[in-house]
Design a protein around this ligand. Structure first.
Ligand SMILES: [Zn+2]
Length: 407
């Protein structure tokens, strides 16, 4: 390619990126720009070049990396002023260099009060024990479970046979302790080594039936994995641009979920409605024998379960573990012609869903419009020591592989 041609291409990319960076509807990531440039102009641009072009264009809008860090204190100040209740905390080293940062929007903090009290943390972050310690300090009653997906991956790496892995999955998922014991004794019979390996980790940490706390349906950290994949490409953007990206993303999620919650005709969330519906057909095949106004004996394939609507418990344990009616409860509720939503935990109600996404996530707006006290403006933070960053941060393929190996 000739020099002037190369120059024209660069200008084309920069122009395109700048137009779209300003448009909050688009997430300008290298992958996005590469696809768009191919689609619009038939250009095949390498990842590295696209990445640099985005850095360059971002710098024009939100400043260079150095300027980004210099503005960080002011940005956080504006974030808090536009979003009351927002919490931010930055750690810097002795030379004022950025080390790490934590922040939570006021709207997220308020919404969390209406969510099931489960915190999922990526395994990569848990290597920093301080997070686990921090949670134990803030929530002394909390129970630390581990992700069964990751545990299963460990079994696969140890070349455990698939039939044993299936037994493990059942052992982890069943609600009744009795059933857990049966699956575990099966495992010990076919593969004693794997049984011992599993028991090294206390079952309270990975088996639902042994957990001392409600873990609902959250046996894995999938939710973190999906969050990570959303943020993966934004991580490569300059810090303020990345924070803009997160703000736009959260704002959109809050808006979409609020809309969905407002639009539903049910008293429970759509997910719960689906879960209940899935079980209705099966519930109809069960025999229900009322014992008193709350209790029923429910027969399923010759096995009797005692179910109590007042205490919201059932012999199958699912009612009390998930805080949602199990099939036995559904059968009993239908027999009495009452609303199933009366027996779902508050976490699952439409009103909680609405409360979770009640508030908005506001952008900080253009720098020129900021009103920041001098004491905040003068807190200049320096960029982190980039020399310590491995160069795979610049190489997308290697970065992806690195990510995969870490998880
Ligand atoms: Zn039941």
């Amino acid at each position: 390619m000739k020099a002037d041609q190369r120059h024209a291409t660069s200008r084309l990319i920069s122009g395109y990126i700048i137009d779209n960076l300003r448009d909050p509807r688009f997430e300008v990531t290298p992958a996005f720009v590469m696809v768009e440039m191919h689609k619009l102009h038939g250009l095949d641009i390498g990842y590295h070049k696209t990445w640099r072009a985005i850095q360059h264009a971002s710098a024009l809008i939100r400043g260079t990396p150095k300027e980004n860090y210099e503005l960080l204190s002011s940005y956080l100040y504006m974030m808090k002023s536009k979003n009351p209740g927002t919490y931010t905390n930055i750690k810097i080293d002795d030379n004022n260099r950025f080390l790490y940062m934590f922040y939570a929007y006021g709207s997220s903090i308020a919404g969390w009060n209406h969510c099931r009290p489960v915190i999922a943390i990526d395994a990569t972050f848990l290597k920093h024990q301080s997070i686990a310690h921090g949670i134990a300090k803030v929530y002394p009653e909390s129970h630390h479970g581990i992700c069964i997906y990751h545990l299963e991956q460990n079994l696969k790496r140890r070349k455990v046979k698939s039939e044993v892995i299936k037994l493990f999955q059942s052992a982890a998922r069943v609600y009744m302790h009795k059933e857990f014991d049966l699956y575990m004794s099966d495992i010990s019979k076919v593969d004693k080594k794997t049984f011992d390996y599993l028991m090294e980790e206390p079952p309270e940490r990975w088996a639902r039936s042994c957990s001392p706390r409600r873990i609902y349906d959250m046996l894995t950290t999938n939710i973190v994995e999906s969050m990570n994949s959303v943020l993966l490409e934004a991580r490569e953007l300059p810090i303020l641009r990345m924070m803009d990206f997160i703000q736009v993303k959260l704002q959109r999620w809050f808006y979409e979920r609020r809309n969905e919650a407002e639009g539903t005709f049910y008293d429970v969330s759509c997910w719960v409605e689906e879960e209940l519906k899935k079980n209705i057909d099966l519930a109809f095949t069960l025999n229900v024998f009322p014992v008193d106004s709350w209790c029923s004996r429910v027969e399923e394939q010759g096995v009797t379960f005692l179910m109590d609507l007042n205490k919201r418990t059932c012999d199958c344990f699912q009612f009390q573990f998930d805080e949602l009616p199990c099939i036995h409860a559904i059968a009993a509720i239908d027999k009495r012609n009452i609303k199933k939503s009366n027996f779902c935990s508050d976490w699952y109600l439409k009103k909680s869903w609405l409360k979770t996404y009640e508030r908005q996530i506001h952008p900080v707006g253009h720098k020129d419009s900021w009103i920041v006290p001098e004491s905040v403006k003068s807190k200049i933070i320096k960029p982190p020591d980039f020399k310590v960053l491995p160069d795979y941060y610049l190489d997308f393929q290697k970065f992806r592989t690195f990510q995969k190996n870490m998880s």
